[in-house]
Design a protein around this ligand. Structure first.
Ligand SMILES: NC(=O)c1ccc[n+]([C@@H]2O[C@H](COP(=O)([O-])OP(=O)(O)OC[C@H]3O[C@@H](n4cnc5c(N)ncnc54)[C@H](OP(=O)(O)O)[C@@H]3O)[C@@H](O)[C@H]2O)c1
Length: 323
């Protein structure tokens, strides 16, 4: 049996992605087989496809993905769909259940079918989300939760989100508000209304104003863009303030311990898939407290267009691919 999938056999521009027939996977005893209804093209897919990574991470990424070409030829780390079959040891899911999942570094979601372990980052789909919204639940949301937990966000703290209109940024704004923070979102002029609508108390237009020169002080600065490293953010970080480097170069990460001399902290690293975080996001979505933002939807046949758009670095929330 075969299925349609978007594959890439070499690193490069969006055009290296093609649609092909590939073998349909069979679930192992502890796995569910998902018939995908929607997936996403994330900034992570763009980075893996093109090997465009922050300074210092190039060789690590190539080693992880494949030195001469990608080992996993199907990109995509998010999926929403229906359970089509389950392995004999699976208890929490049954055939026909609508589910949402994150395959994380295993990728493989740009395909009609995906197999994932029951104990993986997998949850029942919130009824009030469409498949398109559900597909976009995990990438930005689990990244935001990971960094806010590492940065020990407390209710009442002041949080600035640099890049507040992207996938991670839109999740950070909504979740920081939900956790009781006072939120400032930084975005370009056209996205200020979106950021406000997500609950931001204040917005800053990065094309007109430099947040790092303002009078406000923040307990947490989240940098999802790479334009707010410690050298730029330290002035506006309050005493005990934390800089969460969602996007950070290796030299920035290596300099992180020195922030302690200024009584501040830099938190870097990679947010990996987390089943608990996905279930938390699904529960928040079900309660109407978190809604993934969808910018555009493309059918699988137009996935190259989706890659082109994501690569521009200005999407509003998430880009969905429907199957
Ligand atoms: N560490 C981790 O584990 C982890 C996890 C997920 C993602 N990431 C990384 O985090 C970054 C963000 O991911 P994403 O998916 O949210 O990307 P995205 O959806 O493409 O969003 C990027 C955002 O950056 C904003 N931006 C561009 N130039 C800007 C500038 N000069 N100043 C302020 N904002 C600017 C854009 O907003 P405007 O159009 O309004 O300017 C856009 O909304 C990516 O580099 C990704 O690789 C890291």
């Amino acid at each position: 049996m075969t299925m349609r999938a978007a594959i890439y056999e070499k690193y490069g521009p969006p055009e290296v992605v093609t649609i092909a027939n590939v073998p349909k996977p069979d679930p192992k005893d502890d796995e569910v087989l998902i018939r995908a209804r929607a997936t996403t093209v994330t900034s992570g897919d763009f980075r893996c496809r093109s090997l465009t990574v922050p300074t210092g991470f190039g060789w690590m990424t190539r080693l992880a993905l494949g030195v001469s070409g990608p080992r996993q030829k199907i990109l995509g780390s998010e999926v929403a769909g229906d359970v089509e079959a389950v392995g004999k040891n699976v208890r929490a899911f049954k055939v026909g259940d609508p589910v949402v999942a994150c395959s994380d570094t295993k990728m493989g979601c740009h395909a009609e079918y995906v197999c994932l372990p029951e104990a993986g980052t997998l949850a029942h789909k919130p009824d009030n989300l469409s498949f398109a919204q559900a597909a976009a639940l995990s990438f930005g949301g689990t990244t935001a939760l990971h960094f806010f937990r590492k940065g020990k966000l407390q209710p009442g703290e002041k949080v600035l989100v640099n890049g507040a209109s992207g996938s991670v940024g839109t999740a950070c704004v909504q979740l920081a508000k939900h956790f009781g923070a006072e939120v400032t979102g930084v975005s370009s002029t056209g996205n200020l209304e979106l950021v406000r609508s997500l609950g931001a108390d204040h917005v800053i237009d990065h094309t007109r104003e430099d947040f790092s020169q303002g009078a406000a002080r923040y307990d947490i600065v989240v940098d999802t863009v790479g334009t707010a490293p410690f050298a730029r953010s330290k002035r506006v970080l309050a005493k005990g303030g934390r800089l969460l480097l969602v996007f950070g170069t290796l030299p920035e990460m290596l300099r992180a311990p020195f922030a302690a001399f200024a009584g501040k902290k830099v938190v870097g690293g990679i947010a990996l898939g987390n089943p608990e975080y996905l279930r938390e996001l699904a529960a928040l979505a079900q309660a109407g407290k978190f809604t993934p933002v969808i910018d555009r939807e493309y059918p699988l046949e137009q996935i190259v267009e989706a890659h082109r758009y994501v690569e521009l670095g200005h999407k509003k929330g998430n880009v969905v691919v429907t199957l």
